[in-house]
Design a protein around this ligand. Sequence first.
Ligand code: NAD
Ligand code: MG
Length: 407
Amino acid sequence: MQKRLTLLGSTGSIGDSTLDVVARHPDRFSVYALTAHRNGDKLVEQCLRFSPEVAVVGDAETARVVQQKLRDAGSRIEVTYGPDALVEVAKSGGCDTVVAAIVGAAGLAPSLAAARSGKRILLANKEALVMSGAIFMDAVRDHGAILLPVDSEHNAIFQCLPREAALHGGVSKIILTASGGPFRTREPSTLTDVTPDEACKHPNWSMGRKISVDSATMMNKGLEVIEAHWLFDLPGERIEVLIHPQSVIHSMVSYADGSVLAQLGNPDMRTPIAHALAFPERVDSGVAPLDLAQVASLSFEKPDYARFPCLALALKALAEGGVASAALNAANEVAVEAFLARRIGFMAIADTVDAVLNALPNRRAASLDDVIEADAAARRAATAFIDRLPAVFQRAARTEYTERAIQ
Ligand code: NAD
Ligand code: MG
């Protein structure tokens, strides 16, 4: 049966890769809704090519322009806007599958709505799970949703785990690989001066700017450990981070008998996307076959927490539980945005997250309101911290919180 898709965040990097796979299999997949924030021109192009029923944008003015352009091109696609419209297309009976590819906390409400509507959810938006892990996983279970990881590491682990949950007892740990990003070997004292463009120049993957900066700080891997904790129901101590600069092994599962299963492939998101779209079948993704003779060698090393304090901070937030992960995520989003706008230096991203986690009291994440409140409080605290930074690009002192997290 053909799958009918809502693609949240269709104009982004994951959105592009998803539509590339979808276009290869018109018999298997069709599009119900596409959504973008401000990139109306790209959304119009996508609409004319994939003919969804609904297109969603961020605001009324973008909606007006997109609607006009579609009408001019002879299309009658309905255009809506705003956060409620995202929730509507995520839970609509018009789709059975929701690809959650909005970046950041903005993706939480529609992703959760998809879970509560029992959809098949292809999750790229890791921030949603980092913020509200227990609530999200409960919604998936209670409403019979199917959650398929698109993040390459989690998709790899999903592929390496036994199908039947009853056999998960034989799993000793999961090993999340990380490329180490563009600054793996750069002299740490020079990191204060890196530019947004340098931080976004990932050695192996082409991605949106926020996740590219997260990869450079390794906050991305920290968020992924939290994501893995919720997806696979394992404590942080059984999730190991391993630097693997070639990004050929996308992650591994280690078993009680000493076996280690790995999933390999070229670093191209169309592989995990195609896997999740067609699961449990396999379809062509357009990705070139892996040529191991050309790769020649694979190398591994332990992560350096002093170089990547964001990774240590994320692991600490996971260990603390409660709303700490939501606060970590919100502070990071504010800091990355400030870094991309050249308002703070690269190392001040970790300082901002550190200061926020240090300042805000933790509490239980009993409801979605708790999560949303913690997110808002962390955003306010991060903004205040950044405003107080003495000068642009100045490095603030690390608090004891980070020092403890690194140890
Ligand atoms: P991107 O910046 O390229 O695209 C983001 C998409 O979200 C765009 O369509 C944008 O219009 C939309 N968007 C942004 N802000 C929004 C808002 N406030 N409201 C509604 N829509 C909004 O990002 P990306 O690289 O495609 O990443 C998307 C998600 O997938 C992120 O959570 C990221 O961590 C995750 N992810 C990405 C990759 C990758 O290779 N790009 C890999 C693994 C996971
Ligand atoms: Mg990843």
